[in-house]
Design a protein around this ligand. Structure first.
Ligand code: APR
Ligand code: PHB
Length: 393
């Protein structure tokens, strides 16, 4: 098999890349380890920045997002039983965020790609990448029981944090930065109307909680848990009990409960691999970096990476100009580190750190929250990072 750009992974990064390339007349083949059904059902994050929404709309895959997505113009910070609204749009010249599940983005992209005749191979096993430092890099994989080689001009490693691409880069090339946080999140999807119109980020002595949503009938909620907790440690009653306690508000507001449709534990880490390139292979999205979910940046960073990559590849195919490809990594990493800093800042402001037995940290976190909700300058800083920066910035 032969293609121009071989893409490993049919998550947001791989699918958006393949879509953008197709619009510029560049062909790609995507291989994906999981089944289509699995990828389309996997419940993941759900906050899209304005720039992500604009890109999806401008490239013709934003129809359902516009109909079913929920635009949000503010978020709430809740602490000491009081709600404080950060008016995102007022503070950022009208920019907004959108709530639309990642798997919905995936479904829309897959539909568009298949309608355009794309080759997406699901349930592919034993993927490998070879000859990365030559002009003919190759993806090897087992497809329908047969071993195949896909010769490419370029390979896009969009295979997530646990993929093979980053690990295929020879030792000594990458510098990695890794911080594992001493806690995680228990996340649930519940069949109940959200008890709030806007996202609530709550900080309490018991730890963090987040009330998010998906649709008028579906709520998405998270509670901070211990690093080594397993989902069995969190029966439904315990989850609701903690949510009630952490989201408690002094004015009698109550959290509505409903059947839990899905639950899982998400680890929290900040990870970056630099550079995001080796020879003719480019890493994008979670394959190169992970942010803790508190800033809601993961999907948006993945889309930003492949926007840069698509632009750079177009320049190469049009004029054999490799300047943008050479600058790909640094163009992405500037925004990656901005998002890392913001996600770390949100995370450290809103979580209890175990072992922190002095009460000083708790008081400092409260002082920081009080500052953010009373100073226009501080609130604007949160808002501009949360809604995100223009894609070409
Ligand atoms: N061969 C083929 N496919 C693979 C392989 C492999 N060896 N390893 C991983 N994959 C696939 C995974 O099954 C997954 O579908 O690569 C895909 C990577 O997708 P994501 O993990 O969604 O990563 P990305 O596209 O970078 O999107 C980042 O996803 O994790 C969330 O919050 C994160 O929103 C962010 C977004
Ligand atoms: C979600 O809705 O899944 C969500 C929202 C905000 C976050 C993280 C996840 O910061």
């Amino acid at each position: 098999m032969r293609t121009q750009v071989g893409v490993i992974g049919a998550g947001p990064a791989g699918l958006v890349l393949s879509h953008l390339l197709h619009l510029q007349g560049i062909e790609s083949i995507i291989i994906e380890r999981r089944s289509r059904e699995y990828v389309e059902k996997r419940v993941r994050a759900g906050v899209l920045e304005q720039a992500t929404v604009d890109l999806l709309c401008e490239t013709g895959v934003g129809g359902r997002l516009m109909r079913e997505g929920l635009s949000h113009h503010g978020i709430e910070l809740r602490f000491e039983g009081e709600a404080h609204r950060i008016p995102l749009s007022d503070l950022t010249g009208g920019r907004a965020i959108w709530i639309y599940g990642q798997q919905e983005v995936i479904k829309d992209l897959v539909t568009a790609r298949l309608a355009a005749g794309a080759e997406i191979h699901y349930e592919v096993s034993d993927a490998s990448v070879e000859r990365l430092d030559t002009e003919r890099p190759v993806i090897g994989c087992t497809l329908d029981g047969k071993r195949v080689n896909i010769e490419c001009d370029f390979i896009a490693g969009c295979d997530g944090f646990h993929g093979i691409c980053r690990h295929a880069i020879p030792a000594g090339v990458l510098t990695t930065y890794d911080r594992d946080y001493p806690f995680g999140w228990v996340g649930i999807l519940a069949a109940v109307a959200p008890s709030t119109d806007e996202l609530i980020y709550a900080f309490t002595e018991r730890g963090f909680a987040l009330h998010s949503l998906r649709t008028p009938e579906l709520s998405r909620l998270y509670v901070q848990c211990d690093h080594d907790d397993r989902i069995e440690d969190w029966p439904d009653d315990r989850i609701w009990d903690e949510l009630h306690q952490r989201l408690k508000k002094s004015d009698g507001w109550t959290l509505k409960e409903g059947p839990i449709l899905e639950k899982g534990i998400t680890g929290m880490r900040s990870f970056v691999a630099e550079p995001m390139q080796y020879g003719r292979m480019f890493l994008a999205g979670d394959a190169a970096h992970i942010v803790p979910p508190t800033g809601a940046k993961g999907l948006n960073l993945a889309v930003r990476d492949v926007w840069h990559l698509a632009q750079a590849l177009v320049r190469w195919y049009r004029a054999r100009d490799d300047a943008a490809l050479a600058g790909y990594s640094s163009a992405c990493l500037r925004r990656v580190w901005r998002a890392q800093d913001f996600s770390y800042w949100m995370t450290s402001m809103l979580h209890r750190f175990p072992g922190d037995d002095s009460r000083v940290s708790y008081k400092l976190q409260l002082a920081r929250l009080a500052y953010v909700v009373t100073s226009r300058a501080a609130a604007t800083s949160l808002a501009e990072n949360y809604v995100g920066f223009p894609i070409e910035d």
